[in-house]
Design a protein around this ligand. Structure first.
Ligand SMILES: Cc1cc2nc3c(=O)[nH]c(=O)nc-3n(C[C@H](O)[C@H](O)[C@H](O)COP(=O)(O)OP(=O)(O)OC[C@H]3O[C@@H](n4cnc5c(N)ncnc54)[C@H](O)[C@@H]3O)c2cc1C
Length: 410
């Protein structure tokens, strides 16, 4: 068995894990991040880089280079409620450097951060390395067990970070208690080609309690179609032609392009979860990002929260790690710092999901389905100044984090 050592071992190369590893290495704290996949090219992670994340990138001196990567800027969040367009959020007044959401495939963001991290000798990434369990001695986590292309390995570290997402192996191995809040929706994920005549689509389109989100990925639309939880079997049972006809209500014409969905193989079911750990840490271990609090796609804020967790973790732990090991009370400070924003956003997601989707029938909407504009959205239409509130909640969120850790030469 091969044994490696690092001061900090991060399980999971998603936004939380890669950003935290970058920040630790930038402060010359030896870190290794383990990612089970061979690359960052999985397409179902979301594409939103929020104004507060862009502020973090500016604080790191990385903003201009990041924005050189092709992206789309969303200055206003609009939705179609039935046939009525509604502007839900106006980001142009945000107190941030970039007054927009940058839509950029998450793999571009992760590849960018990982490539920038490599300039720090303290930064190591091990791809195709899957954490399978924890090493514990006398009730303290002292490392992880993992499998790699070269066989099983152990990584011994004075601190393990669980950033391995909503199905976290780390949190399960640690026996941390998860509180599941339930989610009444699932998401069908597929792509359709863009048509030359396509305007940039409204981000979301609601009809009869169904929601379609279309993300602009250059030459194709990445589509997320929200259905009631457990509704996929009913969708499939009605058959592909019926599914295409249902989608044609949401997708701008020509409807023929929906023929590109030739089989159910091109339609992936993503289950949605909202949960939270009661306690994010134990001696030698801290969970952050979705591993500590799985986020629903509602509002597209999970990436931002994961990055904010990473910044807060570095702000709290870097000064500690420069002089000594992190104790449990240090780790608990991270949870105390981040609990309010997480509870607030998850509370909003639960409220919104409950209001919009709770009583939605499993039957598909039709062209006759009426979709009245709910009162809060009518108010946003009448009083545009109110659109700044949802823009702030989504674009910045409560308790935004700023980089306070120094760049330390090796
Ligand atoms: C359908 C859907 C759409 C979404 N869309 C958006 C959106 O548009 N915008 C947004 O902000 N949020 C979105 N979210 C939420 C967002 O994806 C998450 O909140 C965010 O990715 C959390 O980041 P993370 O780093 O904590 O975890 P993840 O992004 O899940 O990253 C975890 C990483 O750990 C790796 N990993 C897992 N297990 C192991 C292991 N045992 N060993 C090693 N590596 C491991 C995984 O491969 C992954 O790379 C969406 C969520 C869903 C379900």
């Amino acid at each position: 068995m091969t044994t490696l050592r690092a001061r900090v071992c991060v399980a999971g190369g998603g936004p939380a894990g890669v950003m935290l590893s970058y920040l630790l290495a930038r402060s010359n704290i030896d870190v290794v991040v383990l990612e089970k996949h061979a690359d960052f090219f999985r397409d179902f992670r979301g594409d939103t880089v929020h104004p507060s994340t862009l502020d973090v990138m500016a604080e790191l001196g990385l903003l201009d280079e990041l924005l050189a990567i092709p992206h789309t800027e969303i200055h206003e969040v609009t939705a179609m409620i039935g046939a009525t367009p509604v502007t839900i959020g106006d980001l142009t007044h945000l107190p941030t450097r970039c007054k927009y959401i940058a839509l950029m495939p998450q793999w571009d963001l992760l590849n960018f951060l990982a490539s920038k991290g490599k300039r720090y000798p303290a930064f190591r990434v091990m791809m195709q390395t899957e954490v399978t369990g924890l090493l514990e001695e006398n009730g303290t986590v002292v490392g992880v067990q993992a499998t790699s292309p070269d066989g099983p390995i152990e990584i011994r570290a004075e601190l393990v970070i669980g950033a391995d997402g909503r199905r976290s192996t780390v949190r399960e191995s640690a026996g941390l208690k998860v509180r599941d809040f339930g989610a009444p929706i699932d998401v069908l994920w597929f792509r359709i080609d863009k048509d030359l005549g396509d305007a940039s689509a409204a981000l979301g389109h609601f009809i009869g309690g169904r929601l379609m989100v279309m993300l602009d990925r250059g030459d194709y639309w990445q589509c997320a179609y929200v259905i009631p939880k457990g509704g996929y079997d009913a969708v499939r049972a009605r058959g592909l032609p019926s599914f295409r006809a249902e989608l044609a209500l949401f997708v701008p014409p020509p409807a023929e392009r929906l023929e590109q969905i030739r089989s159910w193989d091109g339609v992936r079911l993503l289950t949605v979860t909202i949960d939270r750990l009661d306690c994010w840490s134990k001696p030698g271990l801290l969970c952050i990002g979705d591993a500590a609090h799985a986020m629903s796609p509602m509002g597209g804020v999970g990436i931002n929260l994961a990055i904010q967790d990473a910044v807060a973790t570095a702000n709290i732990l870097v000064p500690v790690l420069r002089t000594r090991r992190a104790r449990e009370d240090d780790l608990q400070r991270v949870q105390r710092r981040r609990t309010f924003p997480v509870r607030f956003i998850q509370g909003l997601q639960l409220f919104a999901q409950d209001r919009i989707f709770r009583n939605v029938a499993l039957t598909a909407p039709t062209a006759d389905t009426q979709t009245p504009v709910p009162l809060p959205l009518r108010l946003l239409k009448m009083f545009p100044i109110l659109r700044r509130i949802p823009a702030y909640v989504v674009g910045v969120g409560p308790r935004p984090e700023h980089v306070r850790t120094p760049e330390v030469p090796a």
